[in-house]
Design a protein around this ligand. Sequence first.
Ligand code: NDP
Length: 334
Amino acid sequence: SREVQLAARPQGAPRPSDFHLTDVTLPPLESGQLLVRNLYLTVDPYMRGRMNDVKSYTPPFALNAPMTGGAVGQVVESRAEGIEAGTLVLHELGWRTAAVVDAAKVRTLPSLPGVPLSAYLGVLGMPGLTAYAGLLRVAEFKAGDAVFVSGAAGAVGSAVGQIARLKGASRVIGSAGSADKVQHLLNDLKFDAAFNYKDGPVAAQLRQAAPDGIDVYFDNVGGEHLEAAISSMNLHGRAAICGMISQYNATEPNAAPRNLAQLIGKQLTLRGFLVSPYYSMFNEFVAEVGGWIASGQLRFEETVVDGIDAMPDAFMGMLQGQNTGKMIVRLGEA
Ligand code: NDP
């Protein structure tokens, strides 16, 4: 198996020298284990946090050891009852081409027509559930709300905006980091308004895109975006604080938001959340979002990079916005 190890803890933006690739020999299977050939791997923003040596909700990655993360693979050999060779599985030993996995730690995947296996790492996986639970449960979205989502062309954000539209939002507004992404939001994902946050101050662009204000803000970015959203929020507005990617590479503390006093007068609710407690609604989520995908009402984009050797670049590229929709590393086909 070939795997990506963390060679050094990144200072600021990760660099190629923070990673190294190495070939390892896998141990023989013990009872209850599976040998899995990985087909699709994911790179996610939260992994940047795990590269730091700080206490967080997940422990840091160890140096000179393989990193972990979501992976879709195919069982090559099984010593577990009920799982045959050929079975498709979702598991957490990503960042490598093959793995010995405990059968108790995998989820077997159906092979659905029209749904690529990589979708289980994106729109029908952790990022999709984050969007679904964050919007509907955490922000308590209701029909008629005007919704603003940042990071709107990414894996989570593109699902948030479309779920809001399909659930009856009065207006869906998104921000993203390029003119092409803005066109994608407007033309492909049917957002009502979208802007490039690099074109000028977010507050002014948001005010223009949402002249009647917003009721819900889904925050993937933090900083200036969160400050702008607070300023545009209507009475009793709610924000789901999902991520703050503008700060993940920061070496200095962030200044914004400077307008938190508005929480009082407008009686706003800002709620941080993790997706993990919401796996209890996974089946409901897959049924509803899977239905929208099958009927063509919800679209999902992927940016696919080929080969394990390109995985560090895929990760660094995702942090810089090189992806539209989910960033996926493809190793092979089932
Ligand atoms: P994305 O697919 O959205 O990829 C990351 C995107 O972030 C890039 O494409 C880039 O797009 C954008 N970005 C990078 N730097 C900045 C910046 N300085 N300002 C604004 N945008 C920036 O990733 P995900 O959909 O997987 O994740 C989105 C967010 O959700 C992240 O903050 C992540 O940490 C969070 N998250 C939280 C979870 C939870 O349990 N709370 C679970 C999963 C994700 P652009 O070109 O637009 O700049």
